[in-house]
Design a protein around this ligand. Structure first.
Ligand SMILES: [Zn+2]
Length: 386
């Protein structure tokens, strides 16, 4: 039995001052105030030193980290994020991979999951593509999936990843997308569909609701709209998400509010509410210094650019995203944890196991100071050494 003490425990509905968390094997067995929890005599004590102890971060959308792409080096990428407090992660594969590229990446991630044992943080895949709209960030230069949507292209990819896919991102306006969605749903009935890199109308999006479309990929980023008349404003994926109280909105929250400006972040938060915003890193995996930022953005180290100088994901991790959202909005630590841990766990249907600190859940914990600097990480009951 492990007893974590001297902690500010971040619970779903508030912060427990001078809290105790008891952990046995890989599970949380008890949590409460010092005066309420009976601490076994032989427990091993971990002094949190007054840190905030919250549920480990759940990053459902990230392509890699620290120079390691998930498709190439999944173990190294997962390790990079574990150090930064992410205890559950979905490697994100992109439309820049061709069919064989997808299959090879899927195999490498699966092999890593199988060999990592208790140290595994990979919970499945987030498939950003393959069928996106090239006009919205899914650059045609890298996009291998621009032609007709044909079963002979997608079937093997869907089959190989199977029920490990938690999310498929689609552009609902792509012709023939419904057949793809129907097939992906037949392979994994629990999969969630997300609209992203798209300018679909709310009507096109609603048509896919019956298959489980319930998610918006990076809200207010790489989304567009088609207007009926010149000079009027159409409605697109962002508006569809705002109109649907059940839909989750992902948010990329970099330090300079470049992906989504701070006013829009506050608009998203006010409209969707604290329960429906999901922080993501959307980390590109690029190393520091790779493809330098254009003039004017050089001072920002958490952005990522492609070789044409276009903004292409971030270099964020979830601790940074939490810090940034506290800078750009009026949210506090407990709320940042909801958006970085609980909401993403819920969005992918894993909240029975992870996402909050509760007896019975996995002992995946992150110890942070009041500005989300990570001090310690516990994964499945084991304090990690780096
Ligand atoms: Zn994207």
């Amino acid at each position: 039995m492990i007893c974590i003490e001297n902690a500010k425990v971040v619970l779903e509905n508030g912060i427990l001052w001078d809290g105790i968390i008891l952990v046995e094997e890989d599970r949380i067995v008890s949590v409460g105030k010092r005066s309420e929890v009976e601490i076994p005599e032989n427990a091993q004590h971990i002094d949190a030193g007054g840190a905030y102890v919250g549920p480990g971060f759940v990053d459902i959308h990230t392509h890699g980290g620290g120079g390691h792409a998930f498709g190439q080096e999944p173990a190294e990428a997962a390790e990079y994020f574990l150090r930064r407090g992410t205890t559950s992660i979905l490697p994100t594969l992109y439309h820049s991979l061709d069919k064989q590229g997808f299959l090879d990446a899927i195999d490498r991630v699966k092999a890593t999951m199988a060999s990592a044992g208790a140290r595994n943080t990979i919970r499945g895949f987030y498939m950003e593509g393959p069928y996106m709209n090239p006009d919205f960030g899914a650059s045609s230069k890298y996009n291998k999936w621009l032609g007709q949507i044909r079963p002979e292209d997608y079937k093997d990819v869907v089959d190989r990843a199977g029920d490990l896919v938690k999310v498929w991102v689609v552009a609902p306006e792509r012709e023939g997308i419904e057949a793809f969605v129907r097939y992906a749903k037949s392979v994994n009935p629990n999969v969630v569909f997300s609209v992203g890199h798209s300018r679909a109308t709310p009507e096109q999006i609603r048509k896919l609701k019956k298959y489980g479309l319930n998610h918006l990929t990076h809200c207010m980023d790489a989304t567009g709209r088609t207007s009926a008349w010149l000079g009027t404003r159409g409605a697109g994926p962002d508006e569809a998400c705002f109109l649907d109280p059940n839909m989750y909105a992902e948010l990329i929250c970099d330090s300079g509010a470049v992906h989504v400006n701070a006013e829009l972040q506050r608009l998203i938060l006010r409209n969707k509410g604290i329960d429906k915003v999901v922080l993501i890193s959307d980390c590109s995996g690029r190393k520091e210094g790779e493809n330098p930022a254009p003039e004017g953005l050089r001072h920002m180290t958490d952005l990522s650019f492609d070789d044409q100088g276009n903004l292409g994901g971030s270099r964020l991790s979830m601790d940074m995203a939490c810090r940034n959202i506290m800078t750009h909005t009026n949210c506090g630590i407990a709320q940042a944890f909801l958006m970085a841990s609980r909401n993403p766990a819920r969005a992918i249907g894993m909240d029975d196991e992870i996402g909050t600190i509760e007896a019975g859940k996995k002992a995946d914990l992150v110890f942070v100071d009041d500005m989300f600097h990570v001090q310690k990480v516990m994964l499945a009951g084991q304090l990690q050494q780096f």
